[in-house]
Design a protein around this ligand. Sequence first.
Ligand code: ZN
Ligand code: ZN
Length: 318
Amino acid sequence: MRITLWGVRGSLPTPISSDIIEQKIKKALGLAKPGDIATPAAVEAFVSALPLSVRGTYGGNSTCIEVTSDSGELIIIDCGSGLKALGRKMMDRGFARGDSSASIFLTHTHWDHIQGIPFFLPFYIKGNRFSIYSPFPDIKARLDHQQVFTHFPVTLDQMEATKEFFFFRHDSELHLGDTRILCKRMPHPGGAFGYRIEENGRVFVFTSDCEFNINEVEHIDEYEDFFIGADVLIFDAQYTFKESIDKFDYGHSSASIAIDIAGRFKCRRLVLFHHEPDYDDEMLDDLLINARTYLAMKSTRIHDMEIDIAREGMEIQL
Ligand SMILES: [Zn+2]
Ligand SMILES: [Zn+2]
C-alpha cells in the first residue's frame, strides 16, 4: 500500500507567516557560499540539500491521510484541511468525470478532522461514490451540522456525489478487497478511534488524537492486537513530555510515550504526528532529535526502530 500525508498539523490549521518565511530566507542565504548560487543548477542543488525546516515547512494543514491499497482501493483517513489539496489531486485522477469511488474513515469529528469536507471538490461531482465509515452512529448528523446555513452556504446533501454512511463498531474489522481494517477506541475527550490497515502481510496503524497517560498505560496490553508488529505507526505526539503532564486530560500524547508503545509492540517505523499549532519548524526538528535521543537511551530497546516526523507531502510505500 502507499500512504500519503496531506495534513499533519493538530488542532488548528497553521499557515506559515511572512515573518517566518523571511527568517528562512535569511538563514538559507547565511548558509550559502558564492558558488552555491552561481548558476540555476547550483541553486537547485544547494536548496535541495538544506534541511526541511530551512527550505520549507512540515506543513500547516490539519489531519488527512490517503492510503492506496495494492489492489487500487482509495482510502481516506480523516478530512481535515489537508483534504482540500487531496481533492484537487483526485479531480486530476478521474473524479472530475463523476465515475470514481473512495472510502473515508473518520477517527472523530473534532473540527480539525472534518473541516476540509466543505472544500472537497470530488463531493460536488454527481456520480462519484463515497463510503463513509465511523464508529459514531450519528456521523451523518455530525457532518450535516458543520454545514448548516449559518456556518456554510452549501449543505452536505447539496454536494451531489453519492455518500453512504456505515457504522463501523470499534473492536471490529471489515474488508475492502484484500485489505483488512480494524477499528479501535482511543482515549480522547469525546471519543476517537484508530485504524489498523493490513494488506499482503504489511501493516499500517494510524492513531491521531489519543492520550496515553499514566492511567491508560496501566492497561496497555488491551491494545496489543491493534499495535502489534506495525510496519508503520503514525501516532499523536503533539506534546513534549512536560506538556503531557501539564495538559493531563487534554487528549494528546508525547513522543516519549509513542516510543514506549511502539517499542513494546515491536513496531518498525514510528511517525510522530498531529503537531502542536504553536510549534514552528525548528521546534519540530528538536522534537525529532529529542525523540531519537530518547530511543537511543532506552535500556529496554529490543529491536531496531526508525523514528520520523510527519510532514505534508510525505509518502510511505509499504
Ligand atoms: Zn486533532
Ligand atoms: Zn480531537
